[in-house]
Write a protein that binds this ligand. Structure first.
Ligand SMILES: CC(C)(COP(=O)(O)OP(=O)(O)OC[C@H]1O[C@@H](n2cnc3c(N)ncnc32)[C@H](O)[C@@H]1OP(=O)(O)O)[C@@H](O)C(=O)NCCC(=O)NCCS
Length: 152
């Protein structure tokens, strides 16, 4: 597991495009990864055993959040489409929660689209509960479900 910084902005942008449909630009990722209050963790694939020699480790999963006083605001969780259901999302999310708790966070929160069954299942699996709903929050008219978890 790697703590991601500004040097990983392009890798984050590439994964963001593949997994989240392009949440942030390269410039936004660079900015986000440079902020002191941010925690961003990633998992890389090793070079393929039988791949060409120029293969480099590739970012396949990330989980990011902001520390806001004693709350962790989770901003992005993404796993490369071909690496899903291998436990990467859960491992990174739990590591992010642990890191935030060690830094003084008492709660974690995020918003997720009401139609995102995979993410809702992951958050429920990791102890989050739906604490509220923002109607028509997303551009496609879907509601955002506010997820909340106590960190102890
Ligand atoms: C949501 C996402 C991060 C899950 O990552 P993942 O690595 O595939 O998840 P994991 O393998 O760690 O799964 C952990 C648990 O989450 C739940 N889960 C994950 N994907 C699921 C799916 N497609 N259907 C049902 N449950 C799912 C299961 O409870 C799973 O536990 P199990 O495998 O023991 O049944 C991934 O699907 C993704 O990147 N989606 C696109 C980006 C996105 O929507 N991010 C969240 C925005 S709020």
């Amino acid at each position: 597991m790697t703590t991601l910084g500004a040097r990983h902005a392009k890798a984050c942008r590439d994964l963001d495009e593949a997994a989240l449909g392009g949440l942030w630009t390269l410039q936004q990722w660079t900015h986000e990864l440079s902020e002191a209050q941010r925690i961003c963790l990633g998992l890389f694939d090793g070079p393929l055993f039988d791949g060409p020699p120029f293969d480099r480790p590739r970012l396949v999963a990330l989980a990011c959040g902001w520390m806001v006083v004693d709350e962790l605001h989770i901003t992005a969780v993404a796993v490369a489409p071909e690496r899903r259901r291998c436990g990467f999302g859960r491992v990174l999310l739990e590591a992010l929660l642990q890191r935030a708790a060690a830094g003084g966070a008492r709660h974690a929160t995020l918003e997720v689209s009401s139609c995102n069954a995979a993410a809702l299942a992951l958050y429920s699996n990791c102890g989050f509960e739906t604490a509220g709903c923002r109607r028509n929050y997303y551009s496609d008219g879907r509601d955002a479900l506010i997820q909340w978890r106590k960190l102890t």
